[in-house]
Design a protein around this ligand. Sequence first.
Ligand code: SAM
Length: 280
Amino acid sequence: MSATDERAGRRVGRVKEISSLGNPVIKEIRGLGLKKNRDRSGSFMAEGLKLVIDALDLGWQIKTLIHARSDKGNPAVETVAARTVAGGGLVLMVTGKILGAITRRDNPQTVCGVFEQKYADLADLAPTGNETYVALDRVRDPGNLGTIIRTADAAGASGIILVGDCTDPFSLETIRATMGSIFAVPVARTDIDGFLAWQSGSGARLVGTHLAGAVDYRAIDYTAAPSILLMGNEQAGLDPSLAGACDTLALIPQAGRADSLNLAVATGIMLFEARRHLLE
Ligand code: SAM
């Protein structure tokens, strides 16, 4: 058997056509909707051809590529399928019904990928220059977290730190809201003590946001040192021990009757102010 035949043979062995919702591999992929299954397998699912290509380009490990039968012969999908097989992954050609079931959508994307979860090691995040990081205290809402990851990417932030009991960044809802930015922005996780130990050794300025903040967020010089923008929980705001450790507590002034801003909106406002000098 020539090297080409051998490659072709392997490729055939790693490509399967599936039409039954009862197929065990499909059941396992559907199971990724539950956190306990994502934690056990260390996997998560992302939808859309562009997202899958971006993920591969950024070095994420694809375990399974799932695509509609109708995409067979589509050059872009074939290229992604070949990359998946070359990396040791599996390619599944499935029916529209199966795509609908695994994505829980009426009009599903025709391409999905199951990837290996990847957290950044906090010790590897070393703020320098005028970098900006976002730290989130017990963020609970998947849509908020996904939107913040996407916004951090757009603003050129260097990473996200999840502090305490946060929602899973690899849930389908969060991944959807990131629109692919999950693959571009390092996400680390830790507890309050771990975060404060890392921050104090990092040389970065800790800018907490708080409804009782004494400093207008526009009055802060974000260029003097790297900044960590610390955002509070949706219901409880910032934990007092975190608020007490901040170098500055910033307020976004509000008009009107709303008590506070949505967490993702407040984070977006802070990020674009902190990065303003670099975006102009
Ligand atoms: N009830 C909470 C409280 O008392 O803090 C409201 C939390 S708010 C929905 C979520 C987070 O967004 C806050 O902890 C803070 O980090 C940020 N935030 C929202 N509005 C803000 C504002 N006007 N100024 C500063 N931070 C704000």
